[in-house]
Design a protein around this ligand. Structure first.
Ligand code: MG
Length: 340
């Protein structure tokens, strides 16, 4: 049995984030604290992303209230499956946080700004030691971005590779044009070329998923699913549909993430671990999951900090590599105290 406490937060970003879903100025969520009879304390974060399809902070908070003051790990099943962020937070707070004994540093992908500015950033980031670069596309007209694409490839360092993230902005024709061009270029994968939300209707959803499967089969560059994966159920569904591309996994959204990772590993899936823009508490759990991945390691999508106006809440600052000790050093209690 554990004593359950939670703190709701609303945290402004240092600078507003421009996402495919609009401008975003602050994030909401909850931190959890579980303490057992022996005084052992565990921490978790429900880093909700409602615009991405998760529960809201209100829903996560209401569910915490319903759990009451005491929580037994066996009660996890009482938390509805749709509350993937809260389920993950409880799972993380019960977890021992242990790293695999042989955990090695993992590379981190550098984030390039959209458009022409990316050309100016590649050189300094390569100099700093980055080898994988993520470029947001689908922001400006495709013709303009395709014209920059070759320049950008030419500026990559030896062994450098690009991840192109369209955030679902392309139609079939645009996606095909890009995939033709990407085939002979150092592109690790193309992320979410097309997307339809469940709220757009079952018909469009199904057609878009068929389109993604078709594009993945027709072109040599791997495709990655991000927006298509809001939680455990989506990962399971795409595994069942035989997705052979990359799964961008945000552990913070994934309920019992260990179980999801076991399914992905059994399918020999390609997995890229990615941030949900957590505080350091969620970062610790999400990065621990990434270090536990038994499959091929790929550059982490965690180059997001510093992120918050209050720097005490940030995860490990962006660097070309993250070491297990960088994660173990995160002081969850200090973040909890900073919120009081
Ligand atoms: Mg993405």
């Amino acid at each position: 049995m554990h004593r359950l406490q939670y703190r709701r937060y609303r945290l402004p970003f240092r600078v507003p984030l421009r996402t495919a879903h609009g401008v975003w100025t602050e994030r909401e969520g909850l931190l959890l604290r579980l303490e057992d009879e022996t005084g052992r304390v565990g921490w978790g974060e429900a880093a909700v992303l409602p615009w991405f399809g998760t529960e809201t902070a209100d829903e996560a908070e209401a569910a915490c209230r319903a759990l009451g003051e005491y929580f037994d790990g066996a009660e996890l099943g009482r938390v509805p499956a749709g509350l993937g962020c809260l389920r993950q937070a409880l799972t993380a707070a019960l977890d021992d946080g242990a790293m695999p004994a042989a955990a090695k540093p993992l590379p981190v992908a550098a984030l390039l700004p959209a458009g022409r500015t990316a050309l100016l950033r590649v050189g300094p980031l390569a100099e700093a030691g980055y080898r994988v670069f993520k470029w947001k596309v689908g922001v400006e007209p495709a013709g303009d971005e395709l014209a920059l694409f070759d320049d950008l490839c030419a500026r990559l360092p030896d062994g450098g590779r690009l991840r192109l993230d369209a955030n679902g902005a392309w139609d079939r024709r645009t996606a095909e044009k890009w995939l033709e061009r990407a085939a002979e270029r150092p592109v690790e994968f193309v992320e979410q070329p097309c997307f339809a939300k469940a709220s757009h209707g079952a018909d469009l959803l199904r057609r878009t998923e068929d389109l993604l499967l078709g594009l993945a089969a027709d072109y040599p560059t791997p495709l990655a699913l991000d927006e298509s994966l809001v939680g455990e159920a989506d990962v399971g569904r795409w595994l069942e549909r035989g997705w052979r591309g990359v799964f961008v996994l945000k552990p913070s959204l994934c309920g019992e993430v260990g179980a999801t990772m076991a399914r992905l590993a059994a399918a020999k899936a390609m997995v890229v671990f990615s941030s949900a823009l957590e505080t350091a508490v969620g970062a610790k759990a999400a990065l621990t999951a990434a270090f536990r991945w038994p499959g091929e390691p790929r550059a982490l999508g965690f180059g997001v900090w510093p992120l918050f106006a209050d720097g005490r809440l940030d995860g490990p600052p962006a660097a070309p590599f993250l070491r297990p000790e960088d994660v173990q050093r995160i002081n969850a209690e200090a973040v909890w105290s900073a919120l009081s």
